[in-house]
Design a protein around this ligand. Structure first.
Ligand SMILES: [Zn+2]
Length: 365
């Protein structure tokens, strides 16, 4: 920690002289000033009691980064280091006082989704916007659901983002416009942001999403099924009941759309499952209510999440339904009727990947 209490006054470690009576502003226990020629000065609790806000084993990265961030954010308003919020028993690494205050959290140590949610909820309760900047430890992790669920949040002009603070460069490494392509692969862009002006300006680059390779995706599914990949088993079992093979989904289901990154195994697999269910309703009218139910069940089956820490998937799933029905209508597979959709002609499934490949090659000539 950088701020301690001495004689009822807050003192910054960089201005503190060695003396024995510093204490923690939160728990009032004794803290010791540490400084040397190579480390930036900081305070640490003498003994690890039950301090609600202490982050012991604080790294130099955290100590140095907090000061850098206080400087970075001062254009938004007066910044307080390590502001203690007794109402919610939390301490913000940096606090930016403005009409809508910002709590900057420089996260360098491990933290689970529950803890993040709890801290975020605390700040929300106070009407504060929490801004998580992630340290090295997180920068080494693969961008996937675990990071996205805990830390991704929408930022104006940048889509859905993860923010990493690079202490060496003193810049934000902004991972932005996070998405999943139809095969479920995570995608994003990365920009270095060195000022608040750049952050506020939003993305200035042209973003291009590479198209998915459907043939490759079918082959990957096929091989994963041969290896009995556990995540695919419930999907294939569901399709077997309808006489289908996951890798043999109809061409009419293929889409180049991207989704928010909470779509589990991806839009295409979701379409395969929901599509198989829809076309088993031959002779009935598919009502919006039934479609909604199938869409949600399929979403759960593919490991989709309706809610992430700081964004929701409800609108995304509704959009996926609309787009799927629009594509099936264009393909002539369904016909829009008064109360929903009537099945017209089930798109052709291949019995398996090998058959699909043969048919495809024949078609290609
Ligand atoms: Zn304490």
């Amino acid at each position: 920690m950088l701020i301690a209490l001495v004689e009822q006054k807050l003192v910054d470690a960089k201005d503190a002289a060695r003396c024995d009576d510093y204490c923690c502003p939160a728990c009032q226990q004794t803290v010791i000033l540490h400084h040397g020629t190579r480390v930036q000065p900081y305070f640490a609790h003498k003994s690890l009691g039950d301090c609600a806000v202490a982050t012991e084993g604080e790294t130099q990265q955290h100590v140095v980064g907090k000061r850098q961030l206080a400087k970075f954010f001062r254009g938004w308003g007066p910044v307080t280091l390590e502001k203690i919020l007794p109402e919610i028993q939390q301490r913000a690494d940096c606090w930016v006082a403005r009409a809508h205050p910002v709590a900057v959290e420089f996260q360098c140590s491990p933290i689970n989704a529950e803890q993040v949610a709890q801290r975020t909820a605390g700040y929300r309760q106070l009407g504060v916007y929490p801004c998580w900047l992630l340290g090295e430890r997180f920068g080494r992790q693969k961008i996937g659901w675990s990071l996205i669920d805990r830390f991704a949040s929408p930022l104006r002009g940048w889509g859905l983002c993860l923010l990493f603070w690079d202490v060496g460069r003193q810049q934000i490494r902004l991972v932005h416009h996070l998405y999943q392509d139809a095969t479920g692969t995570y995608g994003f862009w990365q920009s270095w942001v060195s000022s608040l002006a750049e952050l506020e300006a939003g993305n200035q680059r042209r973003l291009w999403v590479p198209p998915i390779n459907v043939r490759q995706f079918r082959r990957d599914l096929d091989q994963k099924l041969l290896r009995a990949t556990p995540a695919l088993r419930p999907l294939q079992e569901t399709l077997y009941l309808h006489g289908h093979h996951l890798a043999g989904f109809p061409a009419a289901f293929v889409t180049q759309h991207v989704t928010l990154p909470l779509f589990g195994q991806g839009l295409l697999v979701w379409r395969a499952i929901v599509g198989a269910w829809i076309f088993s309703l031959r002779g009935e009218v598919l009502t919006p209510a039934t479609l909604g139910r199938l869409a949600e069940e399929g979403f759960a089956l593919i490991g989709g999440h309706l809610q992430a820490g700081r964004f929701s998937g409800t609108a995304e799933l509704a959009r996926a339904q609309r787009d799927f029905m629009a594509d099936l209508t264009v393909a002539g597979a369904v016909i829009k009727v008064k109360d929903g959709w009537q099945i017209n002609a089930e798109p052709q499934w291949a019995t398996d990947y090998t058959t699909w490949l043969k048919n495809d090659e024949k078609k290609l000539g």
